[in-house]
Design a binder for this molecule. Structure first.
Ligand code: CMP
Length: 143
C-alpha cells in the first residue's frame, strides 16, 4: 500500500493544529502507521531539504524547521501521496485554495503549516530518513 511522509511544521505545532491535520487525514480514510513529536537537528533538517541546498532560502528553511518540535507522521492509503498534496494545497498559502490545509491556516511560504512528500521517490527517501523500519506499524481494523 502506498505511504507518504507528512510533517506538521513548528508553526502548526505551536498554533495547536496537530489535531486538525490528523483529523483531516483520518476523516479522509487514510491510515496512520507512524507518528512522533520531535525536535529536529540541523543535520536532519539539511538532509531532509537537501534538494533545496542551492536555493537562497535554504538557511531560513533549516532555521525554521529546527526552531521547535515538529509532528512527523507516515500515512498509508490508495494514492495517498498525490491526495495528501491536494489536501495540503499549494506551497504558498496565499495561492492555496480555501478548504486546503495551507489555504485555511497557512501564513506565508515559509510558515505553511505542513510538509508532504511530492513523489514516490521522495516519500521513500523521507520515510527512511525520519523513521526506523520498526516504527512503521501494520494493523487491521478489528473493532
Ligand atoms: P515544504 O513542502 O516543506 O518544502 C520546501 C519548503 O520550502 C516549502 O515547503 C516552503 O515552506 C519553503 N519555501 C519555498 N519557497 C520559499 C521561499 N521563497 N522562501 C522561504 N521558504 C520557501
Amino acid at each position: 500500500m502506498e505511504k507518504t511522509f507528512i510533517m506538521v511544521k513548528p508553526d502548526g505545532v505551536q498554533r495547536g493544529l496537530i489535531g486538525e491535520v490528523v483529523a483531516r487525514f483520518e476523516k479522509k480514510g487514510f491510515q496512520l502507521v507512524a507518528a512522533k513529536l520531535m525536535s529536529v537537528s540541523s543535520e536532519l533538517a539539511e538532509q531532509h531539504y537537501a534538494e533545496h541546498k542551492e536555493k537562497p532560502f535554504f538557511g531560513e528553511l533549516v532555521d525554521f524547521i529546527t526552531l521547535g518540535p515538529v509532528f512527523a507522521m507516515v500515512w498509508q492509503g490508495p494514492n495517498v501521496i498525490a491526495t495528501a498534496r491536494q489536501m495540503m494545497g499549494k506551497t504558498n498559502p496565499s495561492e492555496a485554495l480555501p478548504g486546503t490545509i495551507r489555504g485555511d491556516f497557512g501564513v506565508n511560504v515559509g510558515m505553511n503549516i505542513i510538509h508532504g512528500s511530492d513523489s514516490q521517490a521522495s516519500a521513500e527517501r523521507e520515510i527512511a530518513l525520519w523513521f526506523d523500519e520498526a516504527e512503521l506499524l501494520s494493523y487491521e481494523k478489528t473493532i
